[in-house]
Design a protein around this ligand. Sequence first.
Ligand code: SF4
Ligand code: SF4
Length: 210
Amino acid sequence: MKKIAVRNLRLCTKDCLCLYVCPSGATDTEDSVIDVTKCIGCGACSDACPSGAISLVPVEYPPQQEKGDAVMSAMTHAAEGKAREERAALDAASAAGKPGLSRLLRAIARSSRLSAEDIMREAGYMLPQSGRALSLVQELLDSPPGEGFPSDAASYIIHAIDCNDGGYARRESGSRRYRCSRCLTEFEASHGEDPACPMCGAKGTDLELI
Ligand code: SF4
Ligand code: SF4
């Protein structure tokens, strides 16, 4: 299987050992991106890199294998089990009474949700769930791009997105959760209130509904 080198710029410390060992000059680029048209996949750069910043990846990946009915059924069953665990943990958190215990139960609920999401992604489903996805689908629903736009499916997705992430908490408390793109602070604001980041004061498009 033919491979090429790719560099993770976050790990690269720019000591340039890869430049010295590369026989084709593929690493000697102005923009730090390995030139895939020159790379012969010898792996010398990857072996020399002290930071583990270079990996060899296949030029072409094999086609995705279809999952059989038995596997899909088992995955759906597992995801449903995780969803039940999440619901039970959230119910217990609401009734817990003690803040510490409530936080622990919400963490367990979150863990169950992440497991269920992983299983569903592995099963081939896309899970739109951020505030931005919600806005996009709502815009498409308000102004359909053409005849045949699946409005029923869009309405369902909007409902499903609201059930994701902070959806339970939002419905319970009437609040919404935001992430500030400037300082990455996450915070809650009441529904209908003009939200502002409590750390840096950012507003509007600097805030993402999560
Ligand atoms: S050898 Fe590794 S750390 Fe050094 S410049 Fe090349 S990729 Fe970056
Ligand atoms: S795999 Fe070989 S040819 Fe490709 S960038 Fe690394 S050293 Fe150069």
